[in-house]
Ligand binder design. Sequence first.
Ligand code: ZN
Length: 303
Amino acid sequence: MRPATVSIREVGPRDGFQNEPEVIPTASKIELIDALARTGLRRLEVTSFVRADVIPQLADAAEVLAGISVPEEVAVSVLIPNERGLESALEQRERIDEINVFLSASETHNRKNVNRSIDESLAGLERVLGRAREAGLRCEGVISTSFGCPYEGYVPPERVLEIAARLRDFGAQEIGFGDTTGMANPAQVGVFFALARETLGEQVELTAHFHNTRGAGLANAFAAWQAGVSSFESSFGELGGCPVPAGATGNVASEDLVSMLHEMGVQTGIDLDALISCARRAQEILGRPLGSHTLVAGPVDWH
Ligand code: ZN
């Protein structure tokens, strides 16, 4: 039930960099991604093929992808908003291992984020996932506001899992459940993932993606792990957010998650010191203190 080994996808270069007020220079992004790829992380989300006028922070997606040098064993993923984004990504097919697509579990958040109804999003994603699978890409479908919506409040788990089942049927091998604005609590998370496993079956990988907006990110990760989840997404330095609503804050810090898991005896394959160095470098580049605790305190030292 409780996994002895956990896989972490670092999403800071996408979830994090896209939500910084300033545009980070391409060379700095490449430097940070190359360093992250050498920490023992096996999954790295590096950018998103979104429209430059919508998210100028990631307008250099093609340059970033062409510029990074990532070891063979690290799976590179990019976020794909729509069919046009997939076209751009496929131009660099040989540099990409995975894509992830996303929509929200609540109509209002989906409408505000991508200006579509959930049904319209699903219709588009069916085409994107079909084409991506044909191109041999591994696919993750991420469902935002899976644990609550800032506009609609309660989101029924049955509704979330109905969307998840559709994404699975369209070809997604992995479903990510995002607590986009940090509304989840650990009791809810435990019940949710037990139900998700029961509903979606054993073939699809279930991934937990928590934001630390109200400080419950690690507690939620622990609850998910206890419920059998062995795949997580997090951001070094506690970077991250969401375009809507304003003020949505960072993911669980990868180094906080890794520190907690290692202290519990759970393997991640990640070198915590190397990861902390990446967060420290990001802090220098961004010129502001980041939210990660382990970045400040350092790893636990038992002497
Ligand atoms: Zn996120």
